[in-house]
Design a protein around this ligand. Structure first.
Ligand code: HSE
Length: 320
């Protein structure tokens, strides 16, 4: 393994960086494991300090009771993978303040893992490429869900909408997009990504695969051509959604009523339970948000909603 060399770059122990790591929507309905979008709201806030003392020390400044042992923490394992490729003896002190609820389907684990490695790279003088950072952060996804996938991590690191054509080897493509407003509801039930993956069928009928390929290609073309009609027609998932939507009470009603109110389309955010709807303008997104809220309030199910836009910048880092 070639170690990344930063001997010519001034690396200061004791230096701290603060990062804002955005929530992300993986899959974007038809693109299971290969499409993702970064959002402007919510985001996690993290502070990372470079230390001469080897090892990683993690403090969680939130109420989620997540493990702080580096080997059991998604940010910790990502940083360990990164440190393994750095020349010299360094360590990190990490403070995580989560605002993206774990298990929400909004890329909470990816935000922690990606935020940590982006911050580390800045402190080390940008010795790694974005692809390297995705590779390190995927260790966090493996820990969280049992499998490496990059559809939350990539949009977090690159910003905007990303297509992950392949993860071995990594081939990540940033896609342009027309202005979009995103209405999100997070009903307060827990869906573990590992469980939501476990229930999926392992084989797909050819006719379903053909429909899905058409939709993925259509969605990518729709983003590139800024064609709202094509985006809307392509937001259809005949493989994953029919299985996973059974885990989310109210899913069909949210989708049906949101579409009736003028949403372009949407579905399960990542592995759920959050549901997102893409809209052409803010007014429609605010109407959809109200509909989402009223459905879950009718079910007496606590929920959080957001109306937000695409985060084109990705993880933001500021020296403090
Ligand atoms: N693509 C992954 C899944 C995202 O749907 O299982 C999990 O956040």
């Amino acid at each position: 393994m070639q170690k990344a060399d930063h001997e010519n770059i001034s690396v200061k122990s004791g230096q701290t960086i603060q990062v804002f790591a955005p929530a992300t929507i993986a899959n974007l309905v038809c693109g299971f494991d290969i499409l993702g979008m970064a959002l402007n709201n919510p985001h996690d806030v993290m502070k990372l300090t470079l230390s001469n003392q080897p090892g990683i020390r993690i403090v969680h400044n939130d109420t989620y009771n997540l493990p702080t042992t580096p080997e059991q923490n998604v940010a910790g394992v990502a940083l360990l993978d990164l440190l393994y490729e750095v020349k010299g003896e360094y360590g990190f002190d990490l403070i995580i303040e989560k605002h993206i609820k774990p298990g929400s389907g909004l890329g909470s684990s990816a935000a922690s893992a990606a935020g940590a490695v982006v911050a580390a790279n800045k402190l080390l003088g940008n010795i790694f490429s974005n692809e390297d950072l995705v590779r390190f952060a995927m260790a966090g996804e493996k820990l969280a869900s049992g499998v490496k996938h990059a559809d939350n991590i990539s949009p977090g690191i690159y910003g905007g909408i990303t297509l992950i054509r392949s993860i071995f080897p990594l081939d990540i493509i940033s896609l342009p997009a027309p202005p979009l407003f995103v209405a999100v509801v997070h009903p307060q039930i827990e869906v573990k990504t590992s469980d939501a993956r476990e229930i999926l069928r392992k084989e797909v009928a050819l006719k379903d695969a053909i429909k899905q390929w058409g939709n993925i290609a259509g969605l990518v073309a729709g983003f590139m051509k800024k064609d709202y009609g094509l985006i809307s027609r392509s937001l259809e998932d005949v493989i994953i959604e029919p299985v996973r939507s059974m885990l989310i009470p109210g899913f069909d009603e949210v989708k049906q009523k949101s579409m009736y109110a003028g949403a372009l389309g949407g579905g399960i955010s990542g592995s759920g339970p959050s549901i997102f709807m893409l809209c052409e303008n803010e007014e429609t997104a605010l109407t959809v948000e109200k509909i989402m809220k009223s459905i879950y309030e009718g079910m007496h199910l606590k929920n959080y909603t957001y109306v937000t836009t695409i985060n084109h910048e990705g993880i933001k880092a500021v020296m403090v």
